[in-house]
Design a protein around this ligand. Structure first.
Ligand code: HEC
Ligand code: HEC
Ligand code: HEC
Ligand code: HEC
Ligand code: HEC
Ligand code: HEC
Ligand code: HEC
Length: 259
């Protein structure tokens, strides 16, 4: 279960209360998400409104974005949600908008790690997306500026799969014999950030499949999977080895998911 901290724009007052705020947060957050904006030496917070003038497009969609709810707040400035990721903006605004005065979170997963401490560990696992090497970025899969940061969570799981299939076209299908597991999303079988298992799988052996496909035993002690005798088969190891169900994402030649 994910713990969802209940925070609103006014939960934190920046300035004199910042130290208290951070203390408070460290007690409130049990999912290891802390609130800490990146530093820009000499700059102070100016609030989202100050960004509107030049970045109307980003501000417009932001109201219903996940991170709008977790914005660092200041009663005088209004929400400082933009600056939670981009750093305090006073110098940037004063300069009329130079790159050197603001942080571009896109190129730097460090910005996200400021608050999502535990994610660095996930991307350090043996099998993971190369975020630390800069080949894949957090925002390839998460939109920081609008809507739910996890695309497709809730109603439209397809949108979440699209997050993956825009790069992994081979898994997109359509297949003549589709695997209904795909309707549960790629994350039914893969840890999207990283995993100790090969191919970032959530389980490394038959258990990956047996979570959905009931394993039963008949009167004679014969192990059945989906009603068919799997005694010797399960001893072969994974279910997706050659000759079994290697076309696990879907097949164009066999209902049993083979190539
Ligand atoms: C006076 C206009 C102006 C205001 C106000 C302004 N910006 Fe900018 N901003 C710009 C311009 C122009 C660029 C493009 C700079 C470039 O490409 O050299 C930019 C670029 C950026 C970038 C990209 C930097 C990069 O390295 O690519 C970010 C992020 C950004 N602004 C965030 C903000 C935030 C957050 C605010 C509000 C606190 C803000 N801006 C307010 C004009 C502005
Ligand atoms: C959760 C972190 C986060 C928040 C909050 C956030 N941004 Fe960004 N911003 C990013 C990331 C990541 C990128 C890089 C996007 C990319 O490269 O596609 C980015 C890029 C930008 C850019 C550069 C142009 C672009 O789209 O690549 C601007 C300008 C910008 N943001 C403005 C804003 C403004 C204004 C707000 C508040 C309304 C805001 N951001 C809130 C993370 C954030
Ligand atoms: C200032 C702190 C802060 C920064 C910086 C930050 N986040 Fe977050 N983020 C949070 C908090 C707090 C939540 C929890 C929001 C909730 O559950 O309502 C959150 C939620 C999320 C979620 C959704 C979690 C869920 O369970 O729905 C994603 C995805 C996410 N952040 C990705 C990012 C990415 C990517 C970046 C960098 C571009 C980033 N965050 C930068 C504080 C931050
Ligand atoms: C390859 C795509 C991908 C990349 C890259 C990625 N994420 Fe995610 N992330 C996801 C998906 C998909 C989920 C939803 C997982 C689920 O539903 O089980 C998720 C969930 C999350 C969550 C909420 C659930 C949790 O595990 O706490 C946070 C926070 C998050 N990501 C932050 C980040 C940050 C920070 C980065 C970059 C350092 C990042 N993600 C990079 C795909 C990605
Ligand atoms: C921005 C492009 C991009 C997105 C989006 C993306 N990936 Fe990847 N993915 C990669 C790259 C690059 C690799 C490593 C290259 C390789 O070995 O093929 C990779 C590797 C993988 C691997 C391991 C392949 C192996 O050989 O070990 C799996 C599994 C995977 N991704 C699943 C996903 C899932 C699930 C999602 C959606 C949550 C996703 N990817 C989103 C680019 C992406
Ligand atoms: C039913 C479980 C399951 C689901 C759902 C699933 N995968 Fe996989 N995926 C696997 C298994 C098992 C492997 C390992 C296959 C192998 O090693 O031959 C794999 C391998 C991969 C690879 C590596 C391919 C290669 O040739 O090395 C990628 C990329 C990938 N999956 C992406 C995705 C994407 C994208 C989705 C969602 C659209 C998805 N998977 C959904 C089980 C699944
Ligand atoms: C998220 C749940 C889920 C997971 C995990 C899952 N499956 Fe499935 N699978 C289904 C559903 C639902 C069906 C369609 C209904 C059925 O036939 O049981 C299906 C159908 C199949 C079929 C076709 C059966 C037939 O004769 O029509 C095969 C073969 C199969 N799965 C193999 C696998 C393998 C191998 C794995 C592990 C890599 C796996 N499944 C993991 C849900 C799942």
């Amino acid at each position: 279960m994910k713990f969802r901290p209940r925070l609103n724009k006014n939960a934190l007052l920046f300035g004199g209360a910042a130290a208290w705020g951070l203390l408070l947060i460290s007690c409130v957050m049990v999912n290891r998400t802390v609130l800490q904006a990146p530093l820009i030496p000499g700059a102070t917070f100016v609030g989202n409104k100050a960004c509107t003038e030049c970045h109307a497009e980003h501000v417009e969609g932001f109201a219903d974005a996940t991170h709008a709810n977790v914005a660092l707040g200041d009663a005088k400035l209004g929400s400082t949600g933009c600056e939670a990721c981009h750093g305090p903006g006073s110098l940037h605004v004063k300069s009329g908008g130079t790159k050197a005065t603001i942080i571009n979170a896109g190129a730097k997963p460090e910005t996200c790690f400021q608050c999502h401490l535990d994610k660095r560990g996930e991307f350090s696992l043996a099998n993971s997306h190369a975020v630390l090497a800069g080949k894949v970025s957090c925002n390839d899969c998460h939109d920081p500026h609008r809507g739910n940061a996890i695309s497709g969570s809730g109603a439209a799981l397809e949108a979440q799969n699209e997050t993956c299939t825009k790069c992994h076209t081979a898994q997109k299908g359509p297949f003549i014999f589709g695997h209904n597991a795909m309707k549960e999303g790629c994350v039914a079988c893969h840890s999207p950030h990283g995993s100790v298992n090969q191919k970032m799988l959530v389980a490394r052996d038959a258990n990956l499949c047996l979570r959905c496909h009931l394993q039963t035993t008949d009167r004679n002690g014969v192990i059945l999977v989906s009603g068919s005798d799997h005694r010797t088969r399960l001893q072969n190891g994974t279910c997706w080895i050659a000759g079994c169900h290697e076309a696990v994402h879907g097949s164009n030649s066999s209902k049993s998911l083979r190539y």
